[in-house]
Design a protein around this ligand. Sequence first.
Ligand SMILES: Nc1ncnc2c1ncn2[C@@H]1O[C@H](COP(=O)(O)OP(=O)(O)OP(=O)(O)O)[C@@H](O)[C@H]1O
Ligand SMILES: [Mg+2]
Length: 347
Amino acid sequence: MLGCRQICVLYICWSRVMGLVNGFLAISLSSIQGHKEWITEVNLLGVVKHPNLVKLVGYCAEDDERGMQRLLVYELMPNKSLEDHLIARLLSPLPWIMRLKIANDAARGLAYLHEEMDFQLIFRDFKTSNVLLDEDFNAKLSDFGLARQGPSEGLGHVSTSVVGTVGYAAPEYVQTGRLTAKSDVWSFGVVLYELITGRRSVDKNLPRSEQKLLDWVKPFVSSGSKKIHLIMDTRLEGQFSPCSAQKLVSLANKCLMKQPKSRPKMSEVVEILGQIITELELSDEVVLQPDKEDEAVKENEQNEDMDSAKHRNNYLKKVFDIRDMVSLRNRSIGKLDWRNWTPVRTW
Ligand SMILES: Nc1ncnc2c1ncn2[C@@H]1O[C@H](COP(=O)(O)OP(=O)(O)OP(=O)(O)O)[C@@H](O)[C@H]1O
Ligand SMILES: [Mg+2]
């Protein structure tokens, strides 16, 4: 009988033999994750299949003298998580268009879980560290351990114990334990604000009035406000389209409506994000767009000043070299302890 570690080694050898070189696998040897979460993850990842959900390629659990050892093997996502890019100061900032595309990919993943299967799945732990990025920066959702089947036909919600991560859980879920797919939509709204501002949903290192992201942005983003530029991620260095930023803020606000029923469905979110991206790509506004930028650099090489072309290439290189850089993660935000955290939001 092979143990988890031997299986793990065999799996890596087999992958190499099969030509799945360069570490096709990300391995999570977990004794922290509870058995229930582990079972949920294995069961669900065996059933769900979508380009915007991370693939589970193997699993194993065994009881030994150290207690239960559980192994999950995922496809490797070379560009790590969205959190690593937004927060780790060593990494190059994600260009605006890339943020929009990542949001769109993640929204597609959630829309699939909510609306496109025979039964509904509520993700329950949507956050930047669970949005992983492949070699082309396509986004996929990971960590299904907390996912829960949605309410049966005719029922409005599922009653459950409150789990998730501080700063992302919807207020009605935290207060009543009543779970609907609209709880994920709320979390998605929080992540949109993280993409816009480059800040964490909760950051204890900031001055008190700025620690809760949603409270901090509120005065800048109420309808008709002309102050959105004041909350934009400074690492973008002004390289964003104000028009699309305004639209993204307005979408985030819809996702963060107090009444769950007033929040859009994820398929609607996908549609709105698609429109924002198309309009941006068709517009003349100056934003860095990696693919087009690359082509433009090639075309312009003959006509343009060499120095400026080089400068832009360097910028792109920085973005795509991210995979080789060290990930700095601040794990200060723990699992949801809802007794200490009641989101104060009234929009
Ligand atoms: N398949 C993968 N490929 C590459 N990196 C991964 C993969 N899965 C996870 N990671 C990296 O590991 C980090 C930690 O992920 P993990 O899910 O263990 O913790 P978390 O998301 O911060 O917290 P939680 O346990 O609440 O999900 C991610 O942010 C990412 O950088
Ligand atoms: Mg995770």
